[in-house]
Design a protein around this ligand. Structure first.
Ligand code: PLP
Length: 371
């Protein structure tokens, strides 16, 4: 069978991406911090939604942020002309050449990057000095920030003034005081760098900062997960923040059967029927990105009605309890998450976060885009 004919056969598992919902979510981010700029974060294939399609849909974004240089190059090759910020910067001279070639902006967070910039006198690039205000992942120690800033200000290979940023570790918990501590440490560390000229070049807030921490708002904000219609906070729902789900994962029933009381279902027989039951088999599994750790009881929508996952998730299939449903048939539609069923709920049932589920959808799933 040729590749062309196999791809023209509709696939059982589908992810429909609602681009207008994504644009709506960006407008929520912008309205939450009026008069500031948004760097729409579209790393990891736009959290699994399709990076180029999302970038093209978000014409209102002021810039885009990605983690890796190959992601940025892919955007440029797709004719995305807005500023693109590399959140991890470059790792070598070779990558720095590519940064120039593709006109990318860079986060600078380590001494090696700084030294490479000091060696160069080529065309200036736009950079953002990252401060480690307490997350202890990327960034310069607050004690060294002023010194690093002065060194960067002397570089002819960077645009001036240098921008300043930090990242919040605990903003998803609205009661965690660490966020205010981080913001305080950040502003203290950059005090000596700020003049009237560059207070406009600060970036702190991720989605949780934008929606929950006004103290983190500054000239440039970096919404990620909220763009995809997911609440960034623990124990909160997307609707509370007027966010709309962007990805809807669906499949269909491929078998419906009666199973007697006392029989076990699926690998390992971890679920034993408490009564005679109608069980549906759905064509989706961890081979599509449905989480293997989803527990018995995880909600699934069959014909838009909630039912419960039973037993272990297999590579290609899951089993669901259809005892509460009448007239259910093979090929009936199933929604795993998205419209009508929050991905946060599935993430919780699988002991993970929505970010991971969205990023983990595999290429066996057929993507389509609606607007
Ligand atoms: C991923 C990321 C973001 C976006 O975070 P969300 O929680 O998805 O809003 C912002 N800033 C940096 C540096 C990131 O790595």
């Amino acid at each position: 069978m040729s590749a062309a004919s196999s791809t023209s056969i509709p696939r059982l598992t589908r992810a429909v991406i609602d681009l207008s919902a994504c644009r709506h979510n960006l407008s929520v981010a912008k309205q939450s911090v009026p008069g500031t700029q948004c760097i729409a974060i579209i790393k990891a294939n736009a959290y699994g939604h399709g990076m180029v399609s999302i970038a093209k849909a978000l014409s209102e974004a002021d810039a885009f942020g990605v983690a890796r240089i190959n992601e940025a190059i892919q955007l440029r090759e797709a004719d995305i002309t807005k500023p693109i910020l590399l959140l991890e910067g470059f790792t070598s001279e070779n990558e720095l050449d590519l940064v120039r070639k593709y006109n990318l902006d860079c986060v600078i967070h380590n001494e090696l990057q700084l030294q490479l910039l000091e060696k160069e006198s080529d065309d200036a690039i736009t950079i953002c000095l990252k401060v480690d205000s307490g997350m202890h992942r990327l960034g310069f120690n607050p004690d060294n920030v002023e010194d690093v800033y002065q060194r960067l200000e002397k570089c002819s290979s960077v645009n001036h003034p240098v921008k300043l940023m930090t990242h919040l570790a605990n903003a998803d918990d609205k009661h965690d005081e660490k966020t205010l501590k981080q913001i305080d440490i950040f502003y203290k560390s950059v005090e000596g760098c700020l003049s009237d000229k560059n207070t406009h070049d600060i970036s702190i807030a991720n989605s949780a900062g934008i929606l929950g921490w006004p103290q983190s708002h500054s000239a440039w904000n970096r919404p990620g997960i909220m763009l995809y219609g997911v609440s960034p906070f623990i124990n909160s729902k997307a609707e509370e923040h007027n966010l709309k789900p962007v990805m809807t994962m669906s499949s269909q029933l491929i078998a419906v059967k009666k199973i007697n009381k006392g029989e076990a279902i699926g690998y390992g027989g971890t679920y034993v029927c408490e009564k005679d039951m109608t069980v549906g088999i759905v064509a989706i599994g961890y081979g599509d990105g449905y989480p293997r750790h989803a527990k018995t009881g995880t909600p699934v929508l069959v014909n838009n009605k909630r039912c419960a996952l039973l037993g272990r998730v297999s590579m290609d299939m899951i089993c669901v309890d259809l005892s509460q449903q009448d007239n259910v048939q093979v090929n009936d539609p199933v929604i795993l998450w998205g419209k009508g069923l929050a991905v946060e709920e599935i993430a919780e049932a699988a002991d993970t976060i929505a970010y991971e589920l969205l990023c983990g959808v595999t290429n066996r799933v057929e993507f389509s885009y609606i607007d």
